[in-house]
Design a protein around this ligand. Structure first.
Ligand SMILES: *[C@@H]1O[C@H](CO)[C@@H](O)[C@H](O)[C@H]1NC(C)=O
Ligand SMILES: *[C@@H]1O[C@H](CO)[C@@H](O)[C@H](O)[C@H]1NC(C)=O
Length: 265
């Protein structure tokens, strides 16, 4: 009898809790919400049918690891939030392909994303970011010329002189020096972290504080092995390994990249 009553009480209080939703900036992460204003600072109200029912407060901004700790450890000792198909944004242009991100590149960087996965293609005599198949970009799968995205990254690096950005290219560019040209044109070469300083065989990377002091704050990796010799662009599987990681939100693919383990995929 007592047990039953306690059960009824607990059930009633649970119903009561669900019925009286939080509001006015008091909702914590995972709480149900109806507007962004319901959620605490650093959160917003989001609906993601793949992960949860209704609308709930989710994080909008990642914690800056260099503020949480400091930046005097080797680069490979930190984890960086990375977005998959970072360029695949719904910008209102109809396409026969899917989008992966809500935020544009500048917003992603401002919200703490420090790794961008980009698919680069030869298209219209230039390098484009494209969501396609068979290594061919089409009008209906093209997102934007790579130069536009690279210029956003250049603006972020120049406005944030302590930050480091990593680009991981699923690379279909066959034009000789096609990537070198677009990186040069975007003004990003001045931040280029040189291949000669990238450790192989599992050694530690340089200290973040040294990378910042040297202004070598852009790391670029390509999926095409031969470009390491031909253009000096690091072949990604000489320097990183990939963990399988579950979709927490469709918005962000949680990808933990461990640098410098020195193993192939
Ligand atoms: C940075 O943090 C590490 C780990 O807490 C600490 O050992 C190191 O002394 C700190 N470096 C500086 C320059 O504060
Ligand atoms: C990114 O989104 C913000 C907010 O909507 C907007 O102000 C900005 O112009 C966008 N940037 C680009 C390059 O589209």
């Amino acid at each position: 009898m007592v047990v039953k009553n306690i059960f009824a009480l607990v059930t009633a209080s649970l119903l009561f809790t669900v019925g009286v939703a939080c509001s006015n900036g008091l909702c914590k992460i995972g709480d149900e919400c109806s507007t962004n204003g319901d959620c605490q600072a650093g959160l917003y109200c989001f609906s993601c049918t793949a992960s949860f029912s209704g609308s709930r407060c989710v994080r909008s901004t990642a914690t800056n690891q260099f503020h949480l700790l400091n930046n005097s450890l080797p680069f490979n000792k930190y984890a960086f939030l990375t977005t998959h198909n970072a360029f695949a944004i719904d910008d209102g242009v109809p396409r026969l392909t899917f989008t992966n991100q809500e935020d544009n590149i500048t917003q992603q960087l401002n919200n703490g994303v420090r790794g961008l996965m980009l698919d680069t293609y030869d298209f219209k005599g230039d390098v484009w970011l494209c969501h396609s198949s068979g290594g061919e970009c089409h009008d209906y799968t093209a997102f934007e010329p790579a130069i536009d995205t690279l210029r956003e990254i250049e603006a972020f690096l120049s406005a944030n002189p302590s930050e480091i950005v990593t680009l991981i290219l699923e690379d279909y560019v066959k034009a000789p020096n096609g990537l070198t040209k677009v990186f040069t044109d975007s003004g990003l070469m001045k931040y280029w972290f040189p291949l000669s300083k990238m450790p192989k065989s599992g050694q530690d990377w340089p200290l973040v504080s040294d990378m910042v002091a040297n202004n070598q704050r852009l790391l670029v990796f390509t999926s095409i092995q031969s470009k390491e010799a031909s253009e000096g662009i690091a072949y990604q599987w000489n320097y990183m390994v990939e963990n399988q990681c579950k979709f927490q939100l469709v918005l962000i693919l949680c990808l933990i990249l461990q640098f410098s383990i020195g193993m192939s995929k």
